[in-house]
Design a protein around this ligand. Structure first.
Ligand code: MLC
Ligand code: AMP
Length: 501
């Protein structure tokens, strides 16, 4: 079942679908620079430090930072780790890297040394822009050649140094290498091209009527597609503006909503906090609110509509594909549905398993150095297998009804059971362990561990030791001792048989 025709429903009445050329602007950095040059005085970004950066500021700062990268020996195609809390400096480093043709590897700033090492070993970056001093120390021990904080305080190139070539990457060149895990637990780098990122951002702009007049409240982390591929890339491509908050704070979001902001993007956990916060009705002033990364329950959708006067637009995306579907801007925003394929995206269901399969200019080329994993993730006729089980109705609305992949989504962050289980299993006295997501109204799912171990084993100590190796969101919030884990005839643990409520 293919529905390329359905996405025309995202367009304003009278717009010809054939007139939409998602790669017209070639690359994000070329389009950003064109915007900044055309409107140098426009306010673009404000962060927690309180001052606005204009188009002219961003043009100057990214040119300067790109020259510093080049002066340190970084060049086209080199990979650079990028990690920090949301800030203008972090966005400047990201944009500068793109302008120079570096491949950005976004990294969670809460990662442990082990988590950083797994990525660095696989991505083999030449450089790293890391906000946390501790991470910079780890990167030094890992032998990275160029290491700096988010201000990119590298020496400025000398007066006679040639200026690097900027903004001439083609759509096919690699741009971003975010890490994501499959069932194997070992993170894989998804290599996205400039064209993939541009095509998705353009489709979002069209579908959500994103214009230069918009001001986004952006408090999502910038190391995942939601905050980066939608929030930052969309804002800069639209020539619009964003308020960057370095963390989610309901009170702050609501005070910005009462001011000049027009848009908010969040994960369902954020909406579940906003709806109960004093002043939640201020959300009604926003032109547009979107939710994604995890399922938004119809109940929460309806509560937000009733309390905040907002019909949230739920959308669906993935690291490997940027954004895939969205409820329409005009028309029915259906609770429990992730909407219709974005412009340019073809979507179908596998006839046997109902797995959602997609193709389009937004879909990545493959995993870095993993030909087998790449081959497995595509069908023989070239469609990407999302690992999500879906249902599509006659109007082209998609509902996600299950997952073929072993994945827990907690507060919009993905946790792969295998990674946590391996660490629990490595603790003394532990015979085996299984990790599942228990339902939670606030977090969607919470990480819950079942540990096969004798009564003499202190389970809190086991969890504490495993947790020291894990970013906070992956840590088990509950642990249960079991005599034996449920297994199938092959001896494989059947996670679905563990009690989660
Ligand atoms: C924080 N904690 C979490 C957690 N976030 N635990 C489980 N799951 C999470 N997601 C921990 C904290 O470390 C702390 O632990 C305790 O929970 C309470 O912290 P908090 O202050 O209440 O949490 P907060 O910092 O406010 O974080 C909640 C949140 C955050 C919802 C703002 O999780 C968040 O930013 N989520 C967004 C993730 C995201 O951007 N996903 C997009 C993926 S891209 P302790 O032990 O200190 O008490 C993608 C594609 C797509 O999926 O479609 O978008
Ligand atoms: P990631 O690979 O980290 O980008 O996570 C992508 C996964 O998040 C998807 O494959 C889905 O399982 C899930 N996801 C994203 N958006 C939604 C949504 N709106 N509803 C349900 N699941 C979602």
């Amino acid at each position: 079942m293919t529905q390329p025709a359905h996405w025309s429903r995202h367009l304003d009445a009278g717009v010809d679908p054939d007139s939409i050329d998602l790669l017209r602007r070639v690359s994000l950095p070329a389009a950003w620079v064109a915007n900044w040059t055309r409107e140098p005085h426009r306010q673009v970004l404000r962060d927690v430090h309180g001052t606005w950066s204009t188009g002219a500021d961003l043009l100057a700062r990214t040119t300067e930072v790109a020259a510093r990268f080049a002066g340190a020996g970084l060049g086209r195609g080199d990979r650079v780790l990028l990690s920090g809390r949301p800030s203008t400096a972090l966005v400047v480093a990201h944009c500068a890297a793109f302008r120079l043709g570096l491949v950005v590897v976004p990294v969670n700033d809460a990662y442990s040394r082990r988590e950083l090492e797994v990525i660095a070993d696989d991505a083999r970056p030449v450089g790293a822009v890391l906000e946390r001093a501790e991470m910079r120390k780890w990167a030094t021990a890992m032998g990275l050649r160029v290491i700096t904080g988010v201000e990119v305080d590298l020496p400025a190139p000398g007066a006679g140094a040639p200026s690097p070539t900027l903004d001439d990457v083609s759509s096919h060149e690699p741009a971003l290498l975010p890490y994501t895990s499959g069932t194997t637990g070992r993170p894989k780098g998804a290599l996205l091209s400039h064209g993939n990122l541009l095509a998705s951002a353009e489709a979002i702009l069209v579908a959500w009527r994103w214009t230069p007049a918009d001001r986004l409240i952006l408090c999502l982390p910038l190391f995942h597609m939601h905050g980066l591929g939608v929030g930052v890339h969309g804002t800069l491509l639209a020539g619009a503006s964003a308020l960057l908050l370095d963390r989610f704070d309901a009170e702050l979001v609501l005070s910005e909503a009462a001011d000049e902001a027009t848009m908010f993007f969040g994960v369902p956990t954020m909406y579940s906090r906003l709806v109960d916060a004093p002043g939640a009705e201020r959300m009604s002033r926003l032109r547009f609110c979107a939710s994604g990364s995890a399922p938004l329950s119809p109940d929460l959708h309806d509560r937000i509509a009733a309390r905040c006067g907002q019909r949230i637009v739920e959308r669906y995306g993935m690291t490997e594909t940027v954004m895939l579907t969205s409820n329409p801007y005009d028309g029915d925003r259906r609770p429990g549905s992730v909407g219709i394929a974005f412009p340019g995206v073809d979507l179908r269901l596998d006839p046997t398993s109902s797995e959602i399969e997609v193709r389009g200019p937004n879909v990545f080329g493959g995993y870095l150095d993993r030909p087998e994993a790449t081959a497995e993730s595509f069908t023989t006729d070239g469609w990407f297998r999302t690992g999500d089980i879906g249902a599509v109705d006659d109007d082209g609305y998609v509902a996600i009804v299950g997952r073929a992949k072993e994945l827990i989504i907690s507060g919009g962050y993905n946790v792969y059971p295998r990674e946590v289980e391996d660490l629990l299993r490595a603790q003394p006295g532990v015979v085996d362990a299984a990790v599942v997501g228990a339902p939670s109204p606030e977090w969607g799912e919470i990480v819950t561990a079942f540990v096969e171990a004798g009564p003499e084993v202190d389970l809190d100590a086991v969890v504490a030791a495993a947790s020291a190796e894990l970013a906070p969101y992956k840590r088990p919030r509950a642990v249960h001792r079991v005599d034996a884990l449920p297994r199938n005839a092959m001896g494989k643990v059947v996670r679905g048989e563990l009690p989660t409520s």
